[in-house]
Unconditional design. Structure first.
Length: 197
């Protein structure tokens, strides 16, 4: 496939699809019929594929943009945070494990905006990519377990425990990623706190 055959907006369209599907995910969690749990799995796998493809296409065909660098982490946070919040709402994970993830994402998003305002676009870091992969893996496993729990009583009985153990690891990895971003942003943030005279 040549560069001419790839629409320049394709990576951003893939990214925005995760934003568009986030409310759908929330509705399926609320309805929570068996078909909803199965549909959730399909939608989440689709979203994770778009997360892998948008960056790959952008890099391979020279379509990387500053807008894409800002949209991609925003879409990822909204999409995955929606799932974490919904898991807490349906009492399958503790809210205390979800809140630190939300706080981390809010802080990093705000600081990204500050850096962007000053002309510095902070691209994804290795720790952020590891965090995204780990979150995706845990989300898919938990959604599969929710389906299995419909038919296997022992899984249903232990679903809260298993989910919270896995979310504890997600929380730890996510917070470490936030620390790495803060460290990377430190030079830019110092000029905001102490502007040159």
């Amino acid at each position: 496939m040549s560069l001419m055959k790839v629409p320049r907006s394709l990576p951003n369209i893939l990214t925005l699809s995760r934003l568009a599907l986030s409310p759908v995910i929330a509705v399926l969690f609320i309805i929570d019929a068996p078909w909803c749990r199965i549909s959730l799995l399909g939608i989440i796998i689709f979203c994770e594929l778009t997360d892998a493809l948008d960056g790959y296409i952008a890099r391979k065909y020279g379509l990387v943009t500053d807008l894409g660098k800002l949209l991609d982490p925003m879409a990822d946070s909204i999409y995955r945070d929606t799932i974490f919040i919904c898991l807490a709402v349906v009492h399958e994970v503790s809210l205390l494990l979800v809140l630190p993830i939300l706080y981390r994402d809010s802080v990093i998003a705000t600081l990204r905006a500050v850096c962007a305002y000053r002309g510095a676009v902070l691209a994804a870091r290795t720790s952020g990519k590891i965090k995204a992969i780990f979150q995706a893996f845990v989300i898919i496993v938990l959604v599969i377990l929710r389906i299995v729990a419909l038919y296997v009583p022992v899984v249903e009985e232990n679903l809260f425990l298993i989910s919270n153990l896995m979310m504890s690891l997600v929380c730890a990895v996510t917070l470490y990623s936030g620390y790495e971003y803060l460290r990377a942003m430190a030079p830019e943030l110092k000029t905001v706190v102490n502007p040159p005279e």
